[in-house]
Design a binder for this molecule. Structure first.
Ligand SMILES: Cc1cc2nc3c(=O)[nH]c(=O)nc-3n(C[C@H](O)[C@H](O)[C@H](O)COP(=O)(O)OP(=O)(O)OC[C@H]3O[C@@H](n4cnc5c(N)ncnc54)[C@H](O)[C@@H]3O)c2cc1C
Length: 421
């Protein structure tokens, strides 16, 4: 029996791997000239062949699926680190985020001022407990924290998710569910997706435009070819899925679930700098800023004392996330001000995910009635199955969740075959 998988990101690749293992004939159709989707790593633009993770890069403690796939395929992790320290009593809260260096109005907050902001946020959280659904900007007003604390917390929403503080509910940042213990992949994030692709039949530059149900199964049309199969696994992000034609049209509950799931918008800016050891020493975790780059973290020191610094540029409508030189200059300023090191930029790159037709943004923003929405996003329609980070009931938005969802979609195909082995 044959299955077509649409999209060669971690979800589609995991679905394909599982199906092939169970004896299915699988063809993966990918729109881009490369695999990986939002895990794509550029290896051409930084000096000394250093990898630039243009999309996902951090793996969290508890993301056992991706950790298992890395172990299976022999993919090396970096050493573990934390994105922020614990509170003095060992717990974690939204205040933990702001215990890192903070640059406000182009100046680094003195450590005592920054600790004061962290204490202020911590006290406000105890005094005025936030509702999980309350936007960050609403809670900071309601709790009456200072302008400095408001700006610092707004900076946190530029990191996870990459969005506007008025759109991010407090439940996303308090208490923090990620960032306490993280790893990256030593050779860049798509080391894992490239290894997963080994041995699969993947057709690149085959953007799928139409999925038609037939008596016997499905017909899938791309810009260049037509493929017939028994089942299809749609492993594309929310917005690109909405751009595919379905005949007959998807049921109303499915289209309205897709239409109700916005994606965060913005880009990732990556710079490579001199004075790597000094920067690594001053910025062991993350730094926050109120400028165009809202947060940064580093890779390990590389050749010739260079260091790769990764940052987020949320799309706040000022054009910064579309303008490479502007974003890199903003990163230069944040790196130099937060570290106090007069580093020279050796190379740099901006990836604007908002303008990427086959991504449609950074990640899904599953706020509100999340459990119901995820169930609807994940549900299949006859021989059409759906996976991707937005459909995962565990670690949604992350690479781990995407892989889990691919495995679940493959199970659904095999259930239709009546032959789970
Ligand atoms: C800037 C950024 C930072 C992130 N940070 C992290 C992080 O630190 N940790 C983490 O775990 N996750 C992170 N993520 C999220 C992570 O990258 C995604 O969760 C993961 O890549 C989703 O996998 P997926 O397979 O669902 O989708 P994708 O990776 O987007 O793969 C979908 C594939 O479908 C293809 N496609 C789309 N439309 C079509 C079509 N019509 N026909 C054929 N192919 C099509 C795309 O080209 C793509 O290859 C980040 C993402 C971004 C953008």
């Amino acid at each position: 029996m044959t299955t077509i998988v649409v999209g060669a990101g971690p979800a589609g690749l995991e679905a394909a791997r599982v199906l092939v293992r169970r004896g299915e004939d699988v063809v993966v159709l990918e729109a881009n000239p490369h695999i990986g989707g939002r895990t794509y790593t550029d290896r051409t633009r930084l000096c000394y062949g250093q990898p630039a993770d243009l999309g996902g890069s951090l793996i969290d403690l508890g993301q056992d699926k991706i950790l298992a796939v890395c172990a299976e395929l022999g993919i090396e992790l970096t050493s573990q680190f934390a994105l922020f320290p614990a509170e003095p009593d060992g717990s974690y809260s939204a205040a933990s985020h702001v215990r890192n260096p903070i640059v406000l109005d182009g100046a680094l907050l003195a450590e005592c001022a920054q600790q004061r902001i962290a204490e202020e946020v911590s006290d406000a959280l105890a005094r005025t407990p936030p509702e999980p659904t309350e936007p960050v900007s609403a809670w900071t007003r309601r709790s009456g924290v200072s302008a400095g604390a408001r700006t610092a917390l707004a900076g946190v929403t530029g990191y996870n998710p990459v969005s506007h503080p008025a759109l991010v509910p407090m439940g996303e940042i308090h208490p923090p569910t990620t960032g306490r213990v993280v790893w990256m992949l030593a050779d860049g994030t798509d080391a894992v997706t490239r290894a997963m692709a080994g041995g699969l039949d993947i057709r690149l530059e085959q953007p799928v435009r139409l999925i038609r149900r037939t008596q016997g199964g499905v017909v899938v049309e791309t810009d260049h070819d037509t493929f017939a199969a028994d089942d299809v696994v749609v492993a594309t992000p929310v917005i690109p899925t909405l751009a595919i034609g379905f005949d007959p049209v998807l049921p109303e509950w499915k289209s309205s679930a897709l239409l109700s799931t916005p994606m965060s918008q913005g880009g990732k800016v990556i710079g490579q700098y001199s004075h790597g050891a000094a920067i690594a020493q001053r910025l062991p975790r993350t730094a926050l800023g109120d400028g165009q780059v809202t947060t940064l973290w580093t890779r390990a020191v590389g050749p010739h004392d260079s260091i790769v610094v990764l940052g987020f540029v949320p799309d706040r409508g000022d054009g910064a996330s579309h303008d490479e030189e502007r974003a890199l200059r903003a990163l230069d300023n944040l790196v130099r001000t937060a570290s106090g090191v007069p580093a020279r930029r050796l190379s740099g790159i901006l990836k604007d995910w908002t303008q990427d037709e086959y991504a449609g943004g950074v990640v899904s923003m599953l706020f509100g009635d999340r459990i119901r929405l995820q169930a609807l996003l994940a549900a299949g329609v006859g021989p059409i199955h759906f996976c991707g980070e937005h459909t995962a009931n565990m670690w949604a938005t992350a690479i781990d969740g995407a892989m889990r969802s691919g495995e679940r979609a493959a199970d659904e195909v095999m259930q239709r075959r009546g032959s789970i082995r």
